[in-house]
Ligand binder design. Structure first.
Ligand code: BYC
Length: 326
């Protein structure tokens, strides 16, 4: 079959909702797009442990500490499922990690903002995980099988994360005046960066059109952002705190909330590495990676020892030299 026919058959499978699996033929650009998106997603999960990890030792009760520990561990797990999904596309995890720690690989802009108070942990769960769920539920139907399957489990866990965040916010909003003010301050600081998580406007999103055609993405950046605003405004009303946007109002005609302009200059500045915490985040990840070298070395040495032992045991169990089978 020539390349044109292969591409036509491939698109036919995608259009018929037949999942693409690792050993199936796929266009090189489809493979590259997936490696880009899945690895960025994996790096985001791993970096995402840092702002919250900052509060594990300072959580206000044992119950809060246990829940936060579990959430941060889940994020490490999400990173691992996602690196595994990326590896099915024929790239080594070491290469991806190298690109992220010492190269130019991106991760979500949101994790370059600081967590200044305990309320930030509530706001992250409520808003950041809420935005993540909005963006990631459609990825459970992504055309690439291993990514779609990884996303099913990730989304279940993200739902729990969102609820634990909202419950922290609810507790603060029903607490003292100072606690409610802390919740409002966290909402003020996390609202706009959460809207930026969905990526640039559709008109400025170079990858969207092709990714939608390949059914990697199912719903556009702007549509997901709008859905997020619509559900979150009601949740803020229930908490009794105000979304920091003077232009926010219900539009009867559209059946959606209108909201004010996003500061795209800030977004691109953060994406390019100049956000409040970019340098700290990369420094912390590099340190952890370098200090963990001995663990990787020990695991490799152990695996090799086990393999050698297994080969020796197999030789005793079947004493006929392998060469004699030929
Ligand atoms: N931050 O053409 P576009 C989580 C980049 S993990 C930084 O729209 P695409 C969580 C984009 O990469 C959150 N960069 O791209 C974890 C592209 O640059 P390149 C992460 C961004 O891929 C722990 C350029 O802008 N979620 O939720 O079609 C705790 C043009 O964009 C961002 C995922 O990764 C951004 N926000 O659409 C709690 C989900 N937005 O690659 C929560 C999977 C855009 O050309 N990813 N860029 O250099 C996706 O759904 C899509 O990749 C995106 C972007 C919607 C993010």
């Amino acid at each position: 079959m020539n390349a044109e026919q292969l591409e036509k058959d491939f698109q036919g499978k995608v259009d018929a909702e037949i999942r693409i699996e690792p050993k199936d033929w796929m266009p090189e650009s489809y493979r590259k797009t997936l490696i880009r998106q899945i690895s960025q997603h994996a790096h985001s999960e791993i970096v995402g442990m840092l702002p919250e990890g900052n509060w594990i030792t300072r959580a206000p009760s044992l119950r809060r500490k246990v829940a936060l520990l579990a959430k941060v561990q889940d994020e490490a797990g999400h990173g691992l499922y996602l690196y595994s999904a990326a590896e099915t596309l024929g790239i080594e995890r070491e290469t991806l990690i190298e690109e992220y720690l010492y190269g130019n690989a991106k991760y979500s802009s949101i994790f370059n903002y600081p967590t200044l108070t305990w309320a930030d942990i509530g706001a992250i769960g409520w808003l950041v995980d809420g935005a993540a769920i909005m963006n990631q539920v459609p990825l459970c139907r992504c055309s690439y099988g291993p990514y779609a399957r990884a996303m099913v489990r990730i989304c279940k866990e993200e739902s729990f994360h969102q609820r634990q965040g909202y419950e922290i916010m609810l507790t603060l909003c029903r607490g003292s005046k100072a606690q409610k003010a802390m919740a409002q301050d966290a909402l003020n600081r996390w609202w706009w960066p959460s809207l930026m998580m969905f990526g640039p406007h559709d008109s400025d999103s170079p990858h969207s059109e092709q990714s939608m055609k390949w059914k990697i993405k199912r719903i556009s950046n702007d549509e997901l952002r709008q859905r997020f605003v619509d559900v979150t405004v009601e949740q803020a009303n229930f908490l009794g705190i105000a979304i920091p946007d003077p232009d926010l109002r219900w539009n009867e005609e559209r059946g959606h909330y209108d909201f004010g302009p996003i500061n795209w200059a800030e977004f691109w500045d953060v994406v390019k590495g100049n956000g409040p915490c970019n340098r700290d985040r990369i420094r912390a990840r590099r340190k952890a990676h370098e200090e963990g070298q001995w663990v990787r070395d020990a695991a490799m040495a152990y695996a090799e020892k086990r393999k050698a032992r297994q080969i020796a045991a197999d030789a005793v169990a079947s004493p006929i030299p392998v060469a004699n089978y030929a």
